[in-house]
Design a protein. Structure first.
Length: 317
């Protein structure tokens, strides 16, 4: 076989491989776009995103969930409830302004299922954002770990390595976590490189050991008050295509006001008399009835980060 034939075969093979690679990339991108179209109804609307963006605009005021109107919070939590009704594994929605991170968070019984699956369980090369199966789905652990791929097309968690640039970090220091009952501000305070077997992935670690380890490997660590009673999010993605190196972005969740810190009253939908709720987070199931029938739909509005009655109630005697 002469050199000309060899070169021709080599060129054809290279073209075929290149064409195949381009085909797979295009196919995966198209699949992602179709998947996004399917979940778009659960995503924050453009108006809601604008409201959330303004609430973390540090040039106007200190970032706070209190800057988000109650009707926007109700809209966002209702969308997450609808998502949960359609897809049992969903646990919330993560949105970070001025990035491509705007996705539902899933959780299964292991850390493999959603690496290559869409929210409906169908195959998707980009996978989904998902919470570590060892973490509590209500984000009540000290450290709730969320995984996502570092995609070459800039989607999923591809923005996380950008946080190693200090200017980028400071300009993108806040985000939002929406669950079925809350819209919570998240405050980024550290970015680091670590291994996928690091103790930083523990949901309930020894606080001092965990904090020292994070400080030692962090390229940026913003000094904010963090205690073992706080709730953190840790976003994790691959540092590179190969190996066990991971880039993690750590943030503090705004404090959620619990029942014993807010008004614990509502009213019976049957007789409209005031009801006093027991001191229990599962408020919807534990009302003292003031008439013979069970309360039906209770009309709630979030109050100071907790849950309170939409109407002004008079304390029950």
């Amino acid at each position: 076989m002469n050199k000309k034939v060899i070169r021709t075969i080599a060129a054809v093979t290279a073209a075929a491989l290149l064409g195949g690679g381009i085909y797979l990339l295009v196919k995966n991108d198209v699949a992602q776009k179709i998947n996004w179209r399917d979940i778009l109804i659960y995503a924050p609307t453009p108006i809601a995103r604008e409201t959330l963006d303004e609430a973390v605009d540090i040039e106007k005021s200190k970032p706070s969930a209190d800057r988000v109107p109650e009707d926007t919070k109700e809209e966002l939590t209702e969308q997450v409830r609808q998502l949960s009704n359609e897809h049992d594994d969903s646990v919330g929605w993560l949105y970070i302004p001025d990035t491509n991170i705007d996705y539902p968070i899933m959780q299964s019984g292991d850390n493999e299922y959603y690496t290559r699956r869409a929210v409906d369980g169908s195959y998707l090369y980009a996978g989904s954002l998902f919470m570590d199966y060892r973490c509590s789905s209500d984000f009540s652990d000290f450290n709730s770990v969320i995984y996502g791929h570092n995609m070459g097309n800039g989607t999923m968690f591809a923005d996380i390595p950008n946080y190693e640039n200090e200017e980028y970090f400071m300009n993108h220091s806040y985000g939002w976590l929406t669950t079925e009952n809350d819209v919570r501000l998240i405050d980024f305070f550290a970015v680091a490189r670590t291994s996928d077997t690091s103790g930083l992935y523990l949901a309930v670690p020894n606080f001092n050991e965990w904090d020292n380890q994070l400080r030692n490997c962090a390229s940026i660590y913003k000094e904010i008050e963090v205690t073992e009673s706080d709730h953190l999010l840790m976003l994790s993605t691959c540092t590179s295509a190969e190996g066990n190196s991971r880039t993690i972005l750590v943030e503090k969740l705004s404090r959620r006001v619990m029942w014993n810190e807010v008004e614990k009253e509502s009213y019976c939908s049957d007789c409209k008399h005031t009801l006093l709720c027991n001191n229990d987070v599962d408020y919807s199931l534990r009302f003292r009835r003031c008439c013979g029938s069970s309360p039906k739909h209770m009309d709630y509005r979030k109050v100071a980060g907790g849950v309170g009655c939409k109407q002004r109630c008079v304390p029950r005697n």
